[in-house]
Design a protein around this ligand. Structure first.
Ligand code: BGC
Length: 392
């Protein structure tokens, strides 16, 4: 039996743009609908979780899980600069109350890749490079703060490294993981760190705040250990290092990228690949957690995303079991890990396509009917047992 401890939190995660639908004031919606857009498929109604979130949360709670990580959408709350929507704040407060009412811990993300279209347009360079970007984000966080009472863990910014990386090259999100990656834009990275620290100051000690980092398991080929460390530093390790004073740091892990003397090398011939094309590599989670601990040794880790895009739900269970076994081993080395949140609760909009299915729950694209997969019940059993106990 691999126990994870009494206080360990088990749950699943989503993000507003990927599940809510009709996020029309956001930069992503604008990108999806721009003439000649490189985005293959628009998000449209997504999973209609904007209306169906009570059903989503109930599925999670009924399965035996204890936490739901979701994001509040800046583009809905502040669709025009300085115009705060009371109705949208009320909506997100209802989500928090619904989670609490079901016995779920709501873990709230303030920024998960999307921003209002006006923010992305504003200022020289736009978005995070605008002179007042940090102040704008701080004002938004100040507007959200009053509805966050009863929420313990708040994530300020999801995957700042991916945000800075997409900014660097205009690359599409789907092309990012498991491959050669540009160095994240330094100016954007610094602006995001400023925004994160501003958000932490605005929220104050009433909440435990952190940010969530895409850890990428840059795996060295023999003799390339230093090359892999150097390659990874600006791509993920730096974002963990600057979390040293935070209340917790989020680790998100999916796959690995092998690093040879000249940078990334392809996955081995015949390696199993998931629906995103990434190598099946459950050890990525333990590697990400160990890296977080090395970079920010005093900061507790929260696994805020881990999962696999597959049409074979058995394989999702295999992957998750192996990732959890690795996580347990890392914890046995003395690393404090507060919980595990699976990505994702639902088959959702994977930044350009609905095809890579990461969900514990399937969603019918026409009717929005939810169908739990065996993996949901499996993870629920793990949560109820407090760990892995030979369940299949
Ligand atoms: C992101 C999610 C995304 C997932 C799978 C993470 O990088 O936070 O929004 O869906 O990975 O690609």
């Amino acid at each position: 039996m691999l126990h994870f401890g009494e206080d360990f939190v088990w749950g699943a995660a989503t993000a507003a743009h990927q599940v809510e639908g009709n996020n029309v004031a956001s930069d992503w919606w604008a990108r999806e609908h721009a003439a000649g857009s490189p985005v293959a498929e628009p998000s449209l109604d997504a999973c209609d979780s904007f209306h169906r979130y009570p059903e989503d949360m109930r599925l999670l709670a009924d399965a035996g899980l204890g936490a739901y990580r979701f994001s509040v959408e800046w583009a809905r709350i502040e669709p025009e600069p300085g115009r705060i929507s009371r109705a949208m704040l009320d909506h997100y407060r209802r989500m928090i109350d619904t989670a609490l009412g079901l016995g779920l811990e709501p873990i709230v993300t303030l920024h998960h890749f999307t921003a209002p279209a006006w923010f992305a347009r504003g200022g020289p360079g736009g978005g995070w490079l605008a002179a007042d970007a940090t102040e704008r984000f701080g004002d938004y966080v100040g507007a959200v703060a009053p509805i966050l009472s009863g929420v313990s863990r708040v994530c300020t910014i999801n995957e700042p490294n991916m945000v800075a990386l997409t900014h660097a090259e205009g690359v599409s999100f789907g092309e990012l993981q498991a491959g050669g990656q540009p160095v994240p834009h330094r100016g954007v990275a610094e602006a995001l760190l400023g925004a994160h620290r501003t958000a932490r100051a605005v929220l104050g000690p009433a909440h435990r705040t952190g940010w969530t980092v895409a850890t990428q398991a840059f795996d060295p080929e023999p003799g390339c250990e230093q090359a892999a460390r150097d390659y990874g530093y600006l791509r993920d390790a730096w974002y963990l290092e600057v979390a040293a004073d935070d209340d917790w740091v989020g680790v998100q892990a999916y796959t690995r990228t092998r690093i040879g003397p000249d940078g990334p090398v392809p996955a081995p011939e015949g390696a199993e690949r998931t629906l995103t094309g990434w190598e099946y590599w459950p050890d990525a989670l333990a590697e990400g957690v160990r890296l977080a601990h090395r970079m920010a040794p005093g900061t507790p880790v929260l696994v805020t995303e881990n999962g696999i895009a597959t049409a074979d739900d058995r394989r999702r269970i295999d992957y998750t079991r192996a990732a959890l076994a690795g996580l347990h081993a890392a914890m046995a080395e003395g690393i404090t890990v507060e919980g595990y949140l699976h990505w994702s609760l639902l088959d959702n909009y994977e930044w350009g396509s609905f095809a890579p299915t990461f969900g514990l729950v399937a969603v019918d694209r026409e009717t929005f009917a939810r169908t739990p997969k065996p993996s949901l019940a499996w993870l629920g059993r793990v949560a109820r047992n407090g760990g892995l106990d030979g369940e299949d």
